[in-house]
Design a protein around this ligand. Structure first.
Ligand SMILES: CCOC(=O)c1ccc2c(c1)NC(=O)[C@@H](C)N2
Length: 116
């Protein structure tokens, strides 16, 4: 059926998001930060981002390119680096994900150039 047909471009975005999320082994980025648990979060972070929101956007065709996906990934990481101080697990985990995610995104950019 048509709705199950994924264009190569959409498949690449979905695969890239899956690879990024796989690296979040502690699953601290799976869902939006729980504002009941972290009541002051929005005093510091104007645009929360997480992998579930990114997946909804992807499936809603909000991403036209790898760059669009990368923009929300970088927002999610920078939110975490801003809110959580350097000595926290959250901050250290975000730095690691930023590094490994960068390599995944660079590879996705190269692939998108070949599939057009
Ligand atoms: C149930 C309590 O969960 C949290 O306090 C919490 C859970 C997940 C979090 C987070 C806080 N903070 C963050 O910056 C993002 C990366 N993840």
């Amino acid at each position: 059926a048509l709705e199950l047909t994924l264009t190569p471009a959409l498949l690449l975005l979905q695969s890239t998001l899956d690879q990024l999320q796989e690296k979040d082994t502690a699953k601290i980025f799976s869902q939006p930060v729980n504002l009941a648990e972290v009541p002051d979060y929005l005093e510091f972070i104007s645009q929360p981002m997480d992998f579930s929101t990114m997946r909804t956007r992807l499936e809603g065709h909000a991403y036209c390119s790898v760059a669009d996906l990368e923009k929300d990934f970088n927002l999610m990481i920078s939110n975490c680096l801003k809110y959580n101080s350097k000595d926290t697990m959250f901050h250290k985990t975000a730095l690691q994900l930023q590094e490994v995610g960068g390599a995944i995104l660079r590879h996705a950019h190269r692939q998108s150039q070949t599939i057009g």
